[in-house]
Design a protein around this ligand. Structure first.
Ligand SMILES: [Fe+2]
Length: 233
């Protein structure tokens, strides 16, 4: 996971300071760990800025409630793993791993997602240009083909999940992958642009008309961000 997004890498604060050591019993070794907490990132636009395609109410709840829950869950999972680790209880640590995956993935996915969006009056919508456009044309035939394949992938997600435009670091090619729940994109794939297919992303506005949401969101996709990610990898 991106250290800039998560800021959760444990920092070894160091062994006991020499001046404090005499207060400790015997030769008991001790280190203290200070963890950076994951935090909810600010949105680079107002909650209502993506209307009429995504309502301000959805954006407010999605960001301030749903994403915040993933942030809280990630911090709790990290604390539980650290506590288990400090006790040498690796069995306990392993049981927390699914929560770390779920909440850590949720935090990472949403942090990427907010940056994938922009008001239609600014960078939102349209098509990519430059190197990313060339790559999409090469690997999908055309932007329209890519869009159709992405929407087909989104429609095929059963339950909750995401569809991503990814770059395969090994092959250097673009592709579309889906992930269930909050599973993060990993392995050789670098996520360039993701679309949240969870009901919480659209239901208040589109109810059961999921396909309408999958069409509308193209008006607020931020291709500038996707192009920057593409060029960095
Ligand atoms: Fe979401």
């Amino acid at each position: 996971m991106s250290s800039t997004l998560l800021r959760t890498v444990p920092v070894l604060r160091g062994a006991l300071r020499a001046s404090a050591a005499p207060k400790m019993a015997g030769a008991m070794a001790s280190t203290s760990f200070v963890r950076g907490k994951a935090t909810l990132p600010d949105l680079p636009y107002d909650y209502s800025a993506l209307e009429p395609y995504i309502s301000g109410k959805i954006m407010e709840l999605h960001h301030s409630k749903h994403h915040q829950t993933y942030v809280n869950g990630l911090n709790s999972a990290l604390e539980a793993i650290a506590e288990a680790e400090s006790k040498g209880d690796f069995s306990k640590a392993a049981t927390v791993a699914p929560l770390l995956n779920f909440h850590g993935g949720g935090h990472l996915n949403h942090s990427l997602f907010w940056e994938n969006l922009a008001p239609a009056s600014r960078e939102g919508g349209g098509e990519p240009d430059g190197a990313l456009k060339k790559a999409i044309d090469s690997d999908f035939g055309s932007f329209d083909n890519f869009r159709k394949q992405m929407n087909t992938a989104l429609a095929g997600i059963q339950g909750s999940g995401w569809a991503w435009l990814v770059k395969d670091k090994t092959a250097g090619t673009l592709g579309i992958v889906t992930r269930a729940n909050q599973d993060p994109v990993s392995g050789p794939y670098v996520p360039l642009l993701g679309i949240d297919a969870w009901e919480h992303a659209y239901y208040l506005q589109y109810e059961n008309r999921k396909a309408e949401y999958f069409e509308a969101i193209w008006n607020v996709l931020n291709w500038k961000t996707a192009a920057q990610r593409f060029e960095k990898t």
